[in-house]
Ligand binder design. Sequence first.
Ligand code: PHE
Length: 341
Amino acid sequence: MINKINTLAEEIKALTASTAEEVEAIRLKYLSKKGVISSLMNDFRTVPAEQKREIGQLLNQLKTVANDKFAALKESLASGADAAHSEIDLTRSATPAHFGTRHPLSIVKNEIFEIFGAMGFTIAEGPEIEDDWHVFSSLNFPPDHPARDMQDTFFISRHPQDILLRTHTSSVQTRTMEATRPPIRIICPGRVYRNEAISARAHCFFHQVEGLYIDKNVSFADLKQCLLYFAREMFGPETKIRLRPSYFPFTEPSAEMDISCHICGGKGCPFCKGTGWVEILGCGMVDPNVLEACGIDSKEYTGYAFGMGVERITNLKYRVKDLRLFSENDVRFLHEFDAAH
Ligand code: PHE
């Protein structure tokens, strides 16, 4: 029996196979239940007790040799198949890769960052869930003042109605004024919320970039020059601006800024409803009450602030007619901006 096992081992070591069928035939012959090794195992029962140990070991070794051989043959067959596949033409172009597109609001937001970044503004961010102090009270909205109706919001705490979703990123300006000393020159991007019925022209959330500059001797002329530079960079060098008196609790004086209609160049067209102007942002000189509420001496420092909706600027640039498209995640809409960045 020992001889039989040894010759079988040699035989197995010498085996070769070039097709899957041959490998399978080898498995059947040696390793299957009715195979040679299996029948040797059956014979093992008749081996005299004193030889059991030696023969048992040999048999186990034989089994390992056969298993290893089978695995090796299978493996070489598989890598042979790989070699065959290498006939694939690697010079052909691959399946086109679909890259994502930057969201139009991000494209425009980044442009805004660049323009104000060139003027020395840095970015400041803050929480979307805010308290009454940072969104309203510190910004000179007295409790129950009708000015709060301009920005109806979502309250998170009921009694007291103190925790809410921010209605503007002016809250980040307050936080920065509280935490640092002038000169302050920041822009505050972020998502804001208002309790509005959703339509093509309004949503319950949108995105803002607000700006704040506080230093000694900051004047309205500085504000105007800064915004003129922004308008020309954003909408082209021919752009004119116009400031109309307005009201915000946190600025005095306050203004709405219009730009000359970039579609008709100011002549009047359906887009600007024949006026030649389109409104783009709110601005003004920071009310001394706001500076004082944030611990800044209003006799020493003055400052200006402005705030714009990113959706509004994007609409003007790309004439998106329905605001809801920005948050519906329709990739067909997003792919229209492939070339824009
Ligand atoms: N916070 C104002 C708004 O959300 C915008 C604004 C900012 C106006 C700064 C003036 C000055 O409507």
